[in-house]
Design a protein around this ligand. Structure first.
Ligand SMILES: [Zn+2]
Length: 165
């Protein structure tokens, strides 16, 4: 975790933040709240309300495209973990990985993947998850643990369940 030391009004050691779509949807005063923040172009496509789009347009927050190799790295990890993330979420994580930044997201799936890739993250309105969620796939027909697309025993469809630790 990054620590923030406050000397009067000066903040030091402030890591750059990469913001997910929900931050634009729910936050007012973005520029004041985040000194150094960036996002990815595909976040804009997730902003459905006029208000959220205006917040994005009016902020000083720049959008950067992460490199394809980092996008692939994140995609692979998302698949391994059995999470389902949007294109924008994957790109937010890839950009943070590339720049060594902190992801700002309330999405537990995003936090989970960040944690797994050693990317710093923080929640926006709720607390962080305190434990990394692990998922496994089991057969919806016979309950056998499944590796890959279908059950090795009966050919049934897999479903995702939390792995008990
Ligand atoms: Zn089965």
């Amino acid at each position: 975790m990054h620590l923030f030391y406050t000397f009067g009004h000066v903040l030091v050691n402030m890591p750059e933040k990469v913001l997910d779509a929900n931050v634009f949807i729910h936050s007012t005063g973005l520029n004041m709240r985040f000194e150094e923040a960036v996002t990815v172009p595909s976040v804009k496509q997730e902003l459905e309300s006029e208000e959220a789009r205006e917040r994005y347009e009016n902020s000083d927050i720049d959008a950067y495209r992460p490199g394809e190799e980092n996008v692939m790295k994140v995609k692979e990890r998302v698949e391994e973990l059995g999470d389902e993330l949007s294109t924008a979420d994957i790109r937010v994580l890839a950009l943070a990985l590339e720049r060594g930044s902190t992801v700002v997201s309330d999405d537990y799936g995003v936090q989970n993947v960040a944690s797994s890739l050693d990317i710093e993250y923080e929640g926006f309105s709720q607390g962080n998850i305190d434990k990394e969620m692990e998922w496994k796939k089991i057969c919806s027909r016979c309950g056998e643990e499944v590796e890959g697309g279908s059950c090795g025993r009966c050919g049934g469809e897999p479903e995702r369940v939390p792995a008990e630790s």
